[in-house]
Design a protein around this ligand. Structure first.
Ligand code: TXA
Ligand code: MG
Length: 347
């Protein structure tokens, strides 16, 4: 398949009338797949009402069919077509955080969305993304658009159109290039079908921010304990991973440098994932610095690009520093622990 690529300046007025947006929207209306930027990561969109369209997402990504997709809408009014009820708590959260990186899981209306999009579940995850290009495209189609991250299943999520191209060129109908995404980690997935909402995936909106709006919030125990089955099907797969094995290290730069030397003495090429503050401590075959610890938002923004960098060099093993699990650090550590397949060394 010939993948079309459009460049769009996200700051221009009346994006909805741009020819690029019109052409991309037409492909979506014709049940083709189009990747587009959101404020978190690039999504791979398709008409959520069409089995045929949604099936193309799963094929292009190589995604397991039991992993449901997030439905993206441009306007809160669209939600009533998709859900059985919009509980007051969920409405308050939508009011506070939409458009934005919060996905609300609600009871789905029957026979509206393709069962492929919801993976046959009775619930559906919905969000309004906070990105002018995404909003223009969604509004132009007038459709609910199913959109997982636009990477091959298992790879780090794409934060630039080039990442999408690397993974999916030839397998999808088009890519709208609106520049690098801002936040860099995916939306927070919040189950609102329980009286006390449950975080199923940490993301761009923190637990503390949600608690400020609705009070008590719980966290799916599977996020902290690998013996539990996660309620969000996507959380059970190895994910976000570079090609070489990644090992997280809870230790000082000096201790991590010791590990690097040991591996090098075994004849291995070693990578290290660090941040601006610590980068000068290391001697390794590939050194990737990812944001600044002092400002964890910058680490989130760079994380997936950093993980992908290791695939451009010859490394046999990668060590990574760990981060405090608070605020957006929760999402960062969740992704790193998964990318590492739960391999963590502690000093
Ligand atoms: O920021 C984001 O959320 C990005 C952008 C493109 O919007 N999308 C994204 O989609 O990360 P994806 O497919 O990579 O991740 C969706 C997550 C998966 O872990 C999936 O299992 C979960 O949301 N999910 C979707 N619907 C669900 C449902 N009904 N119940 C539980 N989990 C659900
Ligand atoms: Mg994903």
């Amino acid at each position: 398949m010939d993948t079309k690529r459009w460049s769009v300046d996200k700051n221009v007025d009346k994006l909805i009338n741009c020819p690029q947006i019109t052409q991309a929207a037409n492909l979506l209306i014709q049940n083709e797949t189009v990747a587009f930027p959101t404020e978190t990561v690039y999504g791979l969109g398709a008409n959520a009402k069409s089995d045929d369209a949604v099936a193309k997402i799963f094929t292009a990504k190589g995604r397991p069919s039991d992993n449901p997709l997030i439905i993206h809408i441009a306007d809160k009014a669209q939600i009533h077509d998709l859900v059985q009820a919009f509980p007051q708590q969920a409405e308050k959260l939508a009011e506070a955080f939409w458009p934005g990186p919060l996905t609300l899981i609600l009871e789905a209306k029957q026979d509206v969305l393709s069962p492929f999009a919801t993976a046959g579940l009775s619930t559906v995850g919905i969000r309004i993304p906070d990105h002018p290009v995404a909003l223009a495209l969604l509004a132009k189609t007038g459709l609910p658009i199913a959109a997982p991250s636009a990477n091959c299943s298992g790879m780090p999520s794409p934060t630039t159109a080039a990442h999408v191209w690397e993974d999916l060129e030839g397998s999808i109908a088009g890519i709208v290039d609106g520049g690098a995404t801002g936040i860099g980690v995916e939306s927070t997935v919040l189950d609102c079908t329980e009286e006390i909402p449950v975080i199923l995936r940490p993301g761009g909106i923190t637990k503390e921010q949600i608690e400020e709006v609705v009070g008590e919030v719980s966290v799916d125990p599977a996020l902290k304990n690998v013996d539990h089955t996660p309620k969000s099907p996507g959380m059970k797969y190895r994910h976000y991973a570079p090609n070489a094995p990644l090992i997280l290290v809870e230790g000082s730069p000096a201790q991590i440098q010791e590990l690097i030397l040991e591996k090098q003495q075994d004849g291995l090429a070693v990578g290290i994932l660090t941040t601006a503050e610590n980068v000068h401590f290391y001697q390794a075959d590939t050194i990737v610095s990812c944001g600044e610890r002092e400002n964890m938002e910058t680490v989130a923004a760079d994380l997936y690009t950093a993980l992908r960098r290791f695939n451009e060099t010859e490394v046999d093993v990668i060590f990574s520093e760990v981060f405090p699990q608070e605020g957006v650090g929760e999402a960062i550590m969740n992704r790193l622990v998964k990318a590492a397949g739960y391999r963590i060394v502690s000093f």
